[in-house]
Write a protein that binds this ligand. Structure first.
Ligand SMILES: O=P(O)(O)OC[C@H]1O[C@H](O[C@H]2O[C@H](CO)[C@@H](O)[C@H](O)[C@H]2O)[C@H](O)[C@@H](O)[C@@H]1O
Length: 380
């Protein structure tokens, strides 16, 4: 498939502005793709008066509802009983975000003579989305694939989870890990002196010397305090769960009855309203409380490339695979710098800064396996 004929080459030209209309998605699908089209949701909670459901909470609620596909549509996707409209929308969307599997030859042609660096999100990318965040286990096949990938390419996982938690799920020492949406990076000792002054030397679980970069470390006491408040204030909401991701927090409402979502939004709002240095963003059935700092997954990619000795190198092709709104920052860095390829994992149409798409973690595994085969072949 010649992607250039229907797609912009990320490394040669500036991307066209993202436009909703260009997707021509049937209106029935827009209601659940709306959250992805809208910019990150920031609640200016500290400036709002309390109300039963004030304007911030209601905008939050709106985003919570619009990010949830009608049950029929998601069930149809999972069961392959796809309606004609859904099928048309998905295939129309694929013209703009071609499958990285179908475009594999184009990707590897471009990668010829270059060093690929892989960046992977965890939830929804390496493990399927499940109801209980503590049970988002990766399959053994995926683990074996990742191990192979890491022997061929420098590889890092950048997750919203705490770094320890994502390491616990993945369990491979061959990778680099960044937790808390990139606010907690453990990587090999840096060879070059550069702009990043505030990293410290540490040792990993095997006693190996590493660099630790934690740009939000001053927020730790505040995050712990807010975690306790959120746990207390949501404990009576059946299904609500607060997860401590070290430098950020997640308030999950996937298992909360939809009629109580407004209460979740209101309680979160009430807790963080006095913390001017925290902001609220929206993920997959999760409200995320994060420090207001100029740092995101995109900046983490740049940092890691430099750590790996691959920064500012023309012969490096970074590939970032992710499914969430927070991954858009990384897609954007690769797109705007004409540096590499973002691959969005989604089975429904979503506007994105990525260049390619994969449907689900199973397809991610196929793509990674193909990269390993290609690399090994090219070495013989
Ligand atoms: O950056 P990621 O690795 O994608 O982490 C983003 C959030 O992922 C997790 O929540 C999501 O996955 C859960 C398990 O499948 C699911 O139950 C939840 O509804 C999803 O939002 C994680 O629990 C969060 O802390 C991360 O921020």
């Amino acid at each position: 498939m010649d992607v250039k004929s229907n797609h912009i080459d990320p490394l040669l030209t500036d991307p066209a502005p993202l436009s909703k209309s260009s997707l021509r998605v049937p209106s029935g699908l827009l209601q659940y793709s709306r959250a992805a089209f809208s910019p990150s949701l920031f609640l200016t909670v500290s400036r709002m008066e309390a109300g039963i459901i004030d304007i911030c909470t209601s905008s939050c609620l709106d985003s919570m509802e619009s990010s949830s596909p009608p049950h029929k549509v998601s069930r149809d996707f999972n069961n392959d009983l796809v309606s004609a409209d859904t099928n048309v929308a998905y295939h129309t969307w694929l013209l703009k975000y071609p499958s990285a599997l179908a475009s594999f030859e184009q990707i590897t042609n471009f990668a010829e003579g270059k060093r690929i660096a892989l960046f992977l999100d965890y939830d929804g990318t390496l493990s399927p989305i499940v109801d209980d965040p503590d049970c988002a286990f990766m399959s053994n096949d995926m683990r074996a694939t990742l191990k192979n990938v890491a022997t061929c390419f420098p590889t890092a996982i950048i997750s919203g989870r705490s770094r320890d938690k994502v390491y616990e799920f993945v369990g491979l020492t061959e990778l680099n890990y960044a937790g808390s949406h990139g606010m907690d990076i453990m990587s090999a000792v840096r060879q070059s002196s550069d702009d990043y002054s505030n990293y410290i030397q540490s040792t990993d679980k095997q006693g190996k010397e590493v660099d630790l970069f934690q740009p939000a470390s001053e927020f730790l006491p505040m995050i712990d305090e807010v975690f306790n408040s959120l746990v207390n204030s949501t404990e009576d909401i059946h299904g609500a769960k607060v997860e401590n991701n070290k430098f950020c927090l997640s308030v999950h409402y996937r298992n909360v009855d939809e009629k109580d979502w407004a209460t979740v939004a209101q309680r979160v709002h009430d807790v963080i309203r006095n913390y001017h240095r925290l902001r609220l963003t929206h993920g997959r059935k999760v409200l995320e409380v994060r420090p207001v700092i100029d740092w995101d997954k995109g900046k983490a990619v740049t940092y890691l490339l430099e750590s790996l000795g691959l920064g500012n190198c023309d012969d490096v092709l970074p590939i970032y695979v992710g499914d969430d709104q927070t991954d858009e920052d990384a897609f954007k860095v690769l797109r705007e710098g004409n540096r590499g390829y973002g691959i969005l994992v989604s089975s429904v149409p979503k506007e994105s800064n990525a260049f390619f798409s994969l449907k689900d973690p199973q397809e991610v595994m196929e793509f990674l396996t193909s990269l390993v085969v290609w690399k090994k072949k090219s070495e013989t």
